[in-house]
Design a protein around this ligand. Sequence first.
Ligand SMILES: *Cc1c(COP(=O)(O)O)cnc(C)c1O
Length: 368
Amino acid sequence: MNADLAPAPSPLALARAEILELKPYEHAAWEPALERLHANELPWRSSGDATLAGLNRYPEPQPRALVERLASLYGVTPAEVLVGRGSDEAIDLLTRAFCRAGADSVIICPPTFGMYAVAARIQGAAVVRVPLDAGRGFALDARAVLEGAGGSVKLVYVCSPNNPTGTLAEEAALLKLAGALAGRALLVVDEAYIEFSGAPSLARHVAAHSHLAVVRTLSKAHGLAGARCGTLIAAPEVVALLRKIIPPYALTQPTIETVLAALEPAQLEASRQRVALIRAERERLAAALQDIPGVERVYPSVANFLLAEFGDASAACARARAAGILVRDVRSQPGLGRHLRITVGTPEQNARLLAALARPADEQGAAP
Ligand SMILES: *Cc1c(COP(=O)(O)O)cnc(C)c1O
């Protein structure tokens, strides 16, 4: 038999049978031209309601204008877009749709973002760890991932650029992995920081790779963490499946309106300029950190944070805090026993952090 002639396996073959069969909640029809006497809402706005649509109304589920705007932002079709409350919601929905409690598992590549494992545990799925290769600058071990992806594994998470190492996985390696995983597991590439890298997103490859899903967020480069808006880009059948299980009115009306306004061309241009500033600051901060005694290593990063190894990470953390600055202690992560993750801030914040870390130990805590 010629393998080339075999139909591509559908990613839905990996999904939980009860989710495939689920009849979703039927939310109130969205027909804005008609009077709404079908949803038990109050007919009046309350005072102070400055939204365009009115907070007395349930919002549009998967708002069409927002889905279309995000599809165009990410260069994909609306049918490939699921919009939810941050990427965290996409990760949660994927886990619940694909992993049977007590039976299935996910692969994560530590050190990495914590939510993949947390979502798996909440669902009762096992977590299989395939560590990044610390000896090769935290590179993805694609061969080990593929070897581990047998049997119960349904989802494989790769964070690129990776949090907290700041490293980008090679596009060719990811595409090859997605192809090799077809029929076995869905490759989920979390691109929360891709805008800071200058590298293209894998989103444009989702159409040709049924077992590739890409997670994007407005929380980082777009400066909208408080709005809670993230996007899953996946095969239309996967998006349709997750639309069945997302809570009926997941996005609030203020979020929908705020995000649409923030994605206007002028706002996007301002956002690109802020990203350019952060990238320049990242390089400046990395170089300056490198020169501070007690900083043993600063890893190259393509994200908006730096991973650094310290002779005494807890002392460095305390110095930053004494200067009124929080940095992230990542020492509980495998291979990062002496490391901190530092978000790139404004030039002023970065200068303050550098000054705090550079101050000799005997001046610590001295009155100003
Ligand atoms: C910050 C971050 C996100 C963003 O999560 P949201 O829920 O969209 O705010 C996603 N993935 C990683 C790796 C992150 O660091």
